[in-house]
Design a protein around this ligand. Structure first.
Ligand code: FAD
Length: 563
């Protein structure tokens, strides 16, 4: 019998709207809502060489925030557009937009290293005000950083000056409306500053969903998704965010740009795709027209275990190439499966391992599959099609409890990260993608680079990996790294690992083995590696587009194309 569950929504599992001003952790209290279980701590100590340390954030008052360098004339011009109450130059507002939520951003917000603090935060109310703010910033030569949820993990919202005298963060939180719905075409126009839960709630009132649920769902925005080519956990079923974008409205120093008149077009290259992924460097996205679908009425999540990475990856490839992928398809390698068993409460690890051994599984790889559909019958039919192909790989079924455990814990990662930061851990993620024929080479090269660059006589990194986005031709690889923080040189430790991993991705024997980013974007962290991927000509094309749209070079200084 097919056991489907009644559809609950992702926001049902979250604590409601999070405070975007608090940048010291994922949650306002720095993630104290996740307590590391004692057995997880024991596992961490023995796996990594971590000793009992406590590195809580310093009080906010200890962080250095210089005077605002925004010229008076520019401030007055901005105030005349949005109102004085929406131009913030106070310490707390500026500190609250000083960077994103990467590991290094969090270190800085917790008191280690120097923060890039903007000179002001400006919050327009609508697309027209955004356009005028962009024009003022171009006129005065002020850097402008579009800021959605601020969840960038690649330095995308760092308030860099890149030679400009001042830099302002343009916070889009007031652009939070569902503008229109076209139920016939299944289109919706959403303002760029809507956080994902608000967008889903507004669409749910029309019986619709976007189906875009990245792990940053609670805080990230529609504009941010478009600007970074985001991919959600159900990308196999709903597509990546760029697949959903049908049109964009963009504010640029050269005027407003509207794109998207039909689902497909042969009128030259698709310029929408030039805006999607432009990371605020070409313009500020104010509205996004998205493809929406009927809300699912039924959903089923299940866990399976496959023996070994090779068999697991081959199984996911077979599902993708037979076009029977579940909407959520997520395969952990043996190390990540270990971490899942060790770090989350609820697994009776010993019993599960004994059961798997008895079934002949020596290197367990956890596979989570989730299907959604209009009815239980539809979900059951899709599940049958998936399992028909999966069976060839001899999976061991763990049942719906394992799938639902993943579903309910899917927003736990950033909370766990806060707790690990407090415990003196360097915890970082890195994602890439490649074609199936190179997937193993890429996984081996990146894993080796991370292990080599982070291993010291006392510290051993745990490097775990999963596939969470699969295509007919290839898949993404998502690495999680846990290692004791080098207290003397935390940024050097991180940079060495980043450089080693990016070099491994970019410099295979016949050119790049994969992409420098599958969904986190370029930002600052990957800008130095873009040329290796798209070539000098590619960088030149992007630079020419930037010059055309942003002649004074004020939009998101230092991102995408570097400094
Ligand atoms: C814990 C955690 C989990 C994550 N999980 C995922 C995941 O599963 N999938 C995924 O794809 N990403 C993930 N991310 C990365 C991040 O959430 C995405 O990049 C997201 O799309 C950013 O949205 P945002 O609204 O927070 O954008 P921001 O962080 O505010 O901005 C990101 C970039 O887009 C630009 N930008 C933002 N809004 C606009 C706009 N309206 N117009 C022009 N430019 C704009 C910014 O200037 C910046 O360069 C995760 C991040 C964290 C911290």
């Amino acid at each position: 019998m097919c056991h489907t569950i009644l559809v609950t929504e992702p926001w049902d599992h979250t604590g409601g709207r999070l405070d975007h001003d608090d940048r010291r952790g994922w949650t306002a209290d720095g993630g104290r809502d996740y307590i590391l279980p004692a057995r997880s701590a024991r596992w961490l100590f023995s796996a990594t060489g971590l000793t009992r340390t406590s590195t809580p954030p310093v009080p906010e008052s200890a962080l250095v925030v210089g005077e605002s360098a925004l010229p008076d004339m520019a401030r007055k011009a901005l105030e005349s557009i949005v109102g004085p109450e929406h131009v913030h130059i106070d310490r707390s507002a500026r500190l609250g937009r000083a960077g994103g939520l990467s590991y290094t951003d969090l270190l800085r917000q917790r008191g280690t290293g120097e923060l890039a603090v903007p000179d002001a935060v400006v919050a327009p109310a609508d697309p027209e005000q955004v356009q005028r703010v962009v024009e003022v910033s171009a006129e005065y030569g002020i850097g402008l950083v579009p800021f959605g949820g601020g969840t960038s993990v690649v330095g995308g919202v760092a308030a860099l000056r890149a030679g400009l005298e001042s830099v302002v963060v343009l916070d889009l939180y007031r652009l939070d409306q569902l503008v229109s719905v076209d139920p016939v075409s299944r289109l919706a126009v959403l303002q760029a500053g809507m956080v994902a839960p608000a967008a889903e709630r507004a669409l749910a009132a029309h019986g619709l969903t976007l189906g875009h649920v990245p792990q940053s769902f609670e805080r990230a925005t529609i504009g941010g998704f478009a600007a970074t080519r985001s991919a959600g956990q159900a990308s196999a079923g709903y597509g990546r965010f760029e697949d959903m974008v049908q049109g964009v409205r963009v504010a640029t120093p050269r005027g407003e740009w509207h794109l998207g008149v039909a689902p497909a077009s042969a009128a030259g290259p698709d310029l929408r795709q030039l805006v999607v992924g432009s990371e605020g460097a070409f313009g500020v996205i104010t509205e996004v027209t998205v493809r929406v679908r009927a809300r699912p009425a039924a959903r089923r999540f299940e866990g399976f275990v496959l023996d070994g990475w090779a068999r697991g990856a081959a199984a996911v490839r077979a599902l993708a190439q037979s076009r029977v992928l579940a909407d959520v398809t997520r395969l952990s390698d043996p190390r990540e499966t270990d971490v899942a068993f060790a770090m989350s409460a609820g697994w009776r690890t010993g019993a599960v391992r004994a059961y798997l051994r008895a079934r002949g599984v020596l290197e367990p790889c956890l596979l989570v599959l989730g299907w959604e559909g209009g009815s239980s019958a539809e979900v059951a039919a899709r599940r049958r099609a998936t399992l028909r192909v999966l069976r060839r790989s001899r999976p061991v079924a763990l049942g719906t409890a394992a799938g639902e455990r993943w579903l309910h814990g899917r927003f736990a990662g950033p909370r766990q990260r806060d707790t690990l930061l407090d415990a003196g851990v360097c915890v970082e993620t890195l994602e890439t993608a490649t074609y199936w024929s190179r997937l193993d080479a890429l996984r081996s090269a990146v894993s080796a680079a991370l292990v080599d660059s982070l291993t010291t006589p006392t510290h051993r990194p745990v490097v775990a990996c999963h596939i969470s986005h699969a295509y007919e031709t290839g898949a993404s690889l998502y690495f999680t790294v846990i290692v004791p923080r080098d207290a003397a040189d935390p940024f050097g430790q991180w940079q060495r690992a980043k450089d080693a991993a990016c070099a491994a991705i970019s410099a295979g024997p016949d050119g790049p083995l994969g992409t420098i980013s599958h969904h986190h974007a370029v930002g600052v962290d990957h800008a130095g590696y873009l040329r290796a991927e798209v070539g000098g000509l590619g960088v030149g094309v992007l630079a020419a587009v930037k010059r055309e749209l942003d002649p004074p070079g004020v939009l998101n200084p230092g991102k995408l194309l570097g400094r």
